[in-house]
Design a protein around this ligand. Sequence first.
Ligand code: NAI
Ligand code: X2X
Ligand code: MG
Ligand code: MG
Length: 347
Amino acid sequence: MAQINFGGTVENVVTREEFPLETALETLKNETIAVIGYGVQGPGQSLNMRENGFNVIVGQRKGKTYDKAVADGWVPGETLFEIEEALEKGTIICFLLSDAAQIELWPTVKAALKPGKSLYFSHGFGVTYKEKTGIVPPADVDVFLVAPKGSGTSLRRLFVEGKGLNSSFAVYQDASGNARNKCIAMGIGVGSGYLFETDFYKEVTSDLTGERGTLMGAIQGIFAAQYEVLRANGHSPSEAFNETVEELTQSLMPLVAENGMDWMYANCSTTAQRGALDWWKPFRDATKPVFEQLYNSVKTQEQAEISITRNSQPDYREKLEVELAELRDSEMWQAGAAVRNLRPERS
Ligand SMILES: NC(=O)C1=CN([C@@H]2O[C@H](COP(=O)(O)OP(=O)(O)OC[C@H]3O[C@@H](n4cnc5c(N)ncnc54)[C@H](O)[C@@H]3O)[C@@H](O)[C@H]2O)C=CC1
Ligand SMILES: CC(=O)[C@](C)(O)C(=O)O
Ligand SMILES: [Mg+2]
Ligand SMILES: [Mg+2]
C-alpha cells in the first residue's frame, strides 16, 4: 500500500499501479458479483465491472429500472434476474438499494448470505446504524464497502473517458481472511482512480456531513443567499445567475479542480484576489457554527433517523418531486436553464 503524505498526515492509499486490474481479476476470478439495485450506483458500478472483465450479474425488480438494465445490455435469465434469484446466484452481494430500501430487503438478503459469501456496500449507513436498520450481517460472511466519492453517473462517465473517480474502502468483517483483498479488488473493478482507507462509521459520518454541507446543501444555500441579495439590489436574473453559479461551474471550479484554490485565485484579477482573500474568513466564520450543528446532528444519528423515516414514507417519491420542483422552478434555476441553453455548444 502506498504511503501518501496528505498535507502533513501520512495515509494508506491503494493505487491502480500497485493493485492493477489483472490482480483484481485474479482475486475475484471465482466470484459471481451480484449487483442488487439499478438506481444510480448500480448501473455505474455494474457496467464498469462488466467492461473490466468481471463476472457480474444484476438483480432488479421488474419495472422501468429493469427495462433500463435490459437497454444497457443485461440479458434476462443470463445476467439480469429478479432480486431473489440474483441473491441466490451471487457470491459477492452488492447491496446497492437506497439506504432506506435496504431495511425492507434486508431479511431477504440475509437469508441468501450463505457462509463464504461476501456482503458489499457503498455506504457505511446500514451497518453503522444497525439499531435503526436491523442490518446485522451473519458472522460467517465478509463485509466490506467501497464508496465512490461522487455520483454513480460520474463514476460511469469518468470510466468511459478513461479516468477514475476515487473511492474510500473499509472492511467491517473479515470471515475468510481475504476480505481486504476482495474489497480492494472490487474498488479497482468498479473503476476507482485510487482508494483511501476508512471505516464504516467514519465513511457514513463524513459522507452525510459532506452531502448536507459544501457538496450539496451549503452550496445551494450560499448560491441562494448571494442571488437574492443581487436581485434585491436591482441586478437582472442573468447577471445574478452568471455571477453566482455559471462563472463558478464553467470557469473557476475547473481551475480549482486542476490546480487548487490558490492557482484559481492567481488566474483572476488582483482586484478579485484582494477581495476573495479578505472575504473568505468572514464566510468561514459565519458558516462554521452551522457546520458544527450539522456534524453534531450526524453524530447523534438525528440525520440517519430523519433519512430513514422520511425515505420510508409511501408517498416519499411524490413529495421529493415537489421539493426538487421547488428548486427547479425557482427564479435562480430557471435563469440557469436559460443560461445553459445559451452555451455555444448547446445551440
Ligand atoms: N447515488 C449515488 O451516486 C451514491 C450512492 N451511494 C450509496 O450507494 C447505495 C445505493 O444508492 P443509490 O444508487 O443512490 O440508490 P437508488 O435510490 O438510486 O437506487 C435504488 C434502487 O433500489 C431499487 N429499490 C428501491 N426500493 C426498493 C425496494 N423496496 N425493494 C427492491 N428494490 C428497491 C430501485 O428500483 C433502484 O434500482 C446507497 O447506499 C447510497 O448511499 C454512494 C455514493 C454515491
Ligand atoms: C454522490 C455521493 O457520494 C453522495 C452525495 O454522498 C450521495 O449520493 O449519497
Ligand atoms: Mg458520498
Ligand atoms: Mg451519500
